[in-house]
Design a protein around this ligand. Structure first.
Ligand code: FAD
Length: 381
């Protein structure tokens, strides 16, 4: 393995693996440093990631025009990534969303060329069996909306990055220091140097940065339910779901989990959830999540799909990383150090475009994209 690179990408999750691919395919001499997910999260010292799962919703309709365009650009490339890596990760099953802000979502979808259209609660019930009682308007987005398998997307991006010449170091970095006219990245595994660095470490890795970014790490619990209905369910996002302790829920239709169960995954956010420091996250990942959130998610599922039989339940802790701007930070934070951080719970579907935008920082001194650089500017604490 050479020990000197043009760019070191630290973090091999959804955004880091995408950035490494784009950099390598643009002929940059790149190394991507990031471990596989922990084999046993209950005892692992971390770092943990936000993508070790079988399903993440994908859709063009989004809360801002920028999110919608990031998603549309990424979705356009799913087929190419899958075909060239021989790793499928995208399932098209449509999306139902219900929220007081549906008209914004419809507008943003139209700006980005999406096909979302308004539907009534009756239409949703007749066509999907989902019973919406929140009184909010709803939309339906057809194919290619649905879900992606985030683990498989990371594998696909890593495969293509390697094929284009990127070196992959499956380890965590614990130090990032200036060295000569670049940086030295190190850990118990050794060290390497790079002229410039991209930090894409998700909720972890903040100790590597020479600055403190305004990031809010939110503990989230997800529940999987083996249910009697398996076919025809779309992905769902619903504001003000049946259990009032939650402000929003989402689900991914039944997919096969590593424990062999074919299960629907439901998650959301409790109204009173608060951010935590990075240091508190390791203990969080060793546990079973928040029992109140689990109960509220179960109630919401039973309210939205009345009469379903659930054969088994399981639950898991996770984390989302919010920013001050509600958009990910993609930009320089120091001379030669850029970040692509803060997925805001919504970056899986758009990770390929976020990785591409991050890669362009290393190709040109100026921001060249039609999306405004200001939307992605890192905010410091
Ligand atoms: C429960 C849940 C549900 C979600 N649902 C959706 C959804 O439906 N649709 C959607 O679009 N998005 C969704 N998201 C958001 C999406 O998963 C995240 O936005 C996305 O994973 C962020 O990508 P990332 O690369 O920033 O972080 P990650 O995917 O977490 O990757 C960061 C990587 O950095 C590595 N790392 C950390 N520290 C170091 C270090 N010191 N050295 C080297 N590597 C390090 C980690 O191991 C990890 O692999 C969801 C998130 C959660 C938690």
């Amino acid at each position: 393995m050479p020990s000197q690179y043009e760019v070191a990408v630290i973090g091999r999750g959804l955004i880091g693996s995408a950035a490494a691919r784009h950099l390598a395919e643009a002929d940059q001499h790149v190394v991507v440093i990031g471990p596989d997910e922990p084999t046993d999260r209950r005892v692992s010292p971390g770092p943990f990631c936000s993508h070790p799962d079988e399903g993440r919703i994908t859709r063009v309709a989004g809360r801002t025009p920028i999110w919608s365009q990031l998603a549309a650009r990424s979705i356009d490339r799913y087929g190419d990534i899958a075909q060239r890596s021989s790793i499928d990760f995208h399932v098209q099953c449509g999306l139902v969303s219900s929220s007081p802000k549906i008209s914004d979502w419809l507008e943003n979808s139209a700006i980005a060329g999406g096909n979302a259209r308004p539907v009534t609660a009756e239409w949703v019930s007749d066509n999907t069996g989902i019973v919406l009682r929140n009184g909010h308007p709803a939309l339906y987005e057809g194919d290619p909306a649905g879900y992606i398998n985030p683990r498989r997307l990371v594998a696909a991006q890593t495969t293509l990055a390697e094929a284009a010449g990127a070196v992959v170091v499956k380890e965590a970095a614990s130090t990032l220091q200036t060295s000569g006219n670049g940086y030295s990245v190190g850990g118990p595994w050794g060290s390497l140097t790079a002229r410039r660095v991209l930090v894409a470490t998700g909720a972890f890795g903040s100790e590597l940065l020479p600055c403190s970014l305004n990031l809010h790490r939110m503990r989230r619990t997800t529940v999987t339910a083996e249910i009697s209905i398996q076919d025809g369910l779309p992905s769902l996002i619903c504001v003000d779901p049946p259990d009032e302790r939650l402000d929003e829920i989402y689900w991914v239709p039944p997919v096969r989990y590593s424990d062999g169960r074919l299960a629907l995954k439901i998650g959301g956010s409790l109204r009173d959830s608060e951010s935590v420091e990075q240091a508190a996250l390791t203990e969080w990942f060793h546990g079973d999540g928040n029992p109140t959130e689990v109960e509220a998610l179960r109630n919401s599922l039973m309210g939205l799909l009345p009469g379903i039989e659930v054969r088994s339940w399981a639950q898991k802790p996770c984390v989302v990383t919010n920013t001050a701007t509600d958009h990910p930070y993609v930009g320089w934070v120091d001379d030669g150090i850029a970040v692509a951080l803060g997925g805001c719970g919504a970056a899986a579907k758009s990770s390929d475009e976020l990785g591409r935008l991050a890669s362009t920082l290393f190709e040109s001194a100026n921001w060249t994209d039609t999306l405004p650089a200001a939307a992605f500017e890192p905010v410091f604490d």
